[in-house]
Design a protein around this ligand. Structure first.
Ligand code: RTP
Ligand code: MG
Length: 143
């Protein structure tokens, strides 16, 4: 199995619900190491750029509004198959379709406000990690 890194965001709805710790616990139980973390309140420009791939989608403006509605917690997760594993722990984009026990099934109510983001491929993971963190802010385990 390949050790990978992926970018995770705990979105404003989940931060507002005070479940950062519970979500971190899901990552840890899945064997994903948190190797960088930062809380910030995204600007419209930052959120718009981060989700630029969705610029033409009908939900783009709402998505930018939502992602800037409160602070987010951003982290780099590292582990075997971290990209797929994180998306498994997150559950389907629409919480109504998310498997029981996943973060979105347990902490999200709608497809628009769905608690977490996770990179979807190695190239996007690299770009999204670089969007938020410098190399010297990433602290892989040494023991
Ligand atoms: P994410 O990028 O946030 O990890 O979510 P995802 O891959 O599961 O879903 P994606 O298709 O990339 O969509 C990005 C985010 O846009 C919002 N969305 N709203 N109203 C809608 O139909 C709709 N579809 C997507 C969600 O917040 C989704 O996570
Ligand atoms: Mg996505």
């Amino acid at each position: 199995m390949a050790v990978e890194r992926t970018l995770s965001i705990i979105k404003p709805d989940a931060v507002a619900k005070n479940v950062i710790g519970e979500i971190y616990s899901r990552f840890e139980k899945a064997g994903l190491n948190i190797i960088a973390a930062r809380m910030l309140h995204l600007s419209k420009e930052q959120a718009g750029e981060f989700y630029a791939v969705h610029r033409e989608r009908p939900f783009y403006n709402e998505l930018v509004e939502f992602m800037t509605s409160g602070p987010v917690m951003v982290q780099v997760l590292e582990g075997d198959e971290a990209i797929a594993k994180n998306r498994e722990v997150m559950g389907a984009t629409n919480p109504a379709e998310a498997a029981p026990g996943t973060i979105r099934a347990d902490f999200a109510k709608t497809v628009d406000e769905n608690a977490v983001h996770g990179s979807d491929a190695p190239e996007t993971a690299r770009a999204e990690i670089a969007f938020f963190f410098n190399d010297d802010e990433i602290c892989p385990r040494t023991r």
